[in-house]
Write a protein that binds this ligand. Sequence first.
Ligand code: NAP
Length: 244
Amino acid sequence: MKLNFKGLRALVTGAGKGIGRDTVKALHASGAKVVAVTRTSADLVSLAKECPGIEPVCVDLGDWEATEKALGSIGPVDLLVNNAAVALVQPFIESTKEVFDRSFKVNVRSVLQVSQIVAKGMISRGVPGSIVNVSSMCTIRVLSTHTFTGSTKGAITMLTKAMAMELGPHKIRVNSVNPTVVLTDMGKKVSANPDFSKKLKERHPLRKFAEVEDVVNSILFLLSDSSASTSGSGILVDAGYLAS
Ligand code: NAP
């Protein structure tokens, strides 16, 4: 998708791998200045080689104080992609406090914190903005043992709407993209059982999972003025899965 983000500054979380990494590359190629936030420093080093001029920030977004220190004075941001998340798989009956806390801190609380920092900056500068939360089709249909993917992404649905309600009068749009399985490191782990993976794929009307590029294109559309009247909403990138 060819869009022009020249003159705009974007912040992408979970920028080291998978969907976040390709989102950084696409924004960089479309002229945006990009702040790339992730946890593993080596990923930022290789990304900075591919995308000269990006601003790398290495932080564990599950740590509130460290995130405040790393991003509290990040400066003007026009476009935000809240993409970082963990997929810690446990059946409900065996779920632990530690996995609950980690999942909600990274997948939900960091979205609140980073969005607050960015939205406060947009409001004080009096500029419009667009925020995209990378969610999942698991907000609607849970996969077995995905207790926390489903429940954290379900929380993101209502957080997206609450943010859209409150930030709309400031001309800040907030939306989500909701992919099915994408074969990133996370997606490969989740669909590691070949039998489960084959059966799951067959339940998709298009008989496939989503590609990283499909998700990135939807993110870029929601960031851009091409979706100027869309807020509090979500795009399913699910190969038709939820139609069945
Ligand atoms: P991925 O390949 O695992 O990449 C996730 C990125 O986020 C990594 O760079 C990771 O860094 C970073 N990250 C994770 N926890 C972090 C933390 N606490 N602080 C900072 N960075 C952190 O995942 P992905 O498949 O690209 O997923 C991206 C988004 O798509 C997530 O929100 C996910 O829930 C959503 N999604 C994915 C799928 C799928 O099948 N892949 C399906 C539906 C939705 P480290 O590797 O260094 O930890």
